[in-house]
Design a protein around this ligand. Structure first.
Ligand SMILES: Cc1cc2nc3c(=O)[nH]c(=O)nc-3n(C[C@H](O)[C@H](O)[C@H](O)COP(=O)(O)O)c2cc1C
Length: 193
């Protein structure tokens, strides 16, 4: 077994590039996590549009970078151990491809592998409103064991900034992988007990 757990992170072309970037920032010096990053072409467009970031700046935050066209990469095989995969954000196109098992690029192949090996797959799907294809594809992924995790902010802890909203959501994603963090205070009830 590797010294650090590998965690595959993909950034696709849905709005919300900040979720993928912040996730990488949170894990960049993590002692027990080795990030494996994939960015789709549309993901690169949105990094520019939403954050003025280029591919190289984001890739510098990852331990290992993979090319989405390299379907011969390590993460394309189930024999390569990993804790699982987070797609942050996940477009409806990538969702559809995963739901139908297409494996048409390294992002969807890696997700397919994570599902077949019964590892954890979290898709931070983003679109609004949803059409029936989107909803059916989310159901299919759920039936296969994947977790549909739309980045919908909660307001009950009274976030004061976009950064707090993003961190609160990502804290809940990290919880799904039992990765320790201090982003999301545990809810102690209305009276704080
Ligand atoms: C500025 C911008 C915002 C987009 N937002 C979304 C979105 O929120 N959800 C979505 O499913 N697609 C969105 N798209 C469309 C996807 O980028 C497009 O379907 C693309 O083919 C997805 O490819 P990928 O999954 O390989 O990244 C957006 C595109 C642009 C340019």
């Amino acid at each position: 077994m590797p010294a650090r757990q590998r965690l595959i992170i993909a950034i696709t072309g849905a709005t919300g590039a900040v979720y993928g970037v912040r996730l990488l920032q949170l894990l960049v010096d993590h002692p027990s996590i080795e990030t494996h990053l994939l960015i789709s072409d549309a993901g690169v467009l949105n990094l520019h549009q939403e954050m003025d970031l280029g591919r190289k700046e984001v890739e510098a935050l990852a331990a290992v970078v993979h090319n989405v066209r390299d379907v011969g990469a390590s993460i394309a095989s189930g024999s390569f151990a990993s804790a699982g995969m987070i797609v942050a954000p996940c477009s409806m196109k990538t969702l559809a491809s995963i739901a139908h098992g297409l494996s048409d690029n390294l992002i969807t192949r890696a997700a397919d592998v994570v599902l077949k090996e019964r590892r954890r797959l979290v898709l931070m799907v983003r679109e609004t409103p949803f059409n029936l294809a989107h909803l059916r594809n989310m159901t299919s992924v759920t039936e296969m064991g994947g977790i549909i995790f739309p980045p919908l902010p909660g307001f009950y802890q009274r976030p004061q900034s976009i950064e707090q909203m993003v961190d609160h959501t990502l804290g809940r994603v990290l919880d799904l992988f039992s990765i320790q963090h201090e982003l999301t205070p545990e809810w102690r009830g209305m009276k704080g007990n």
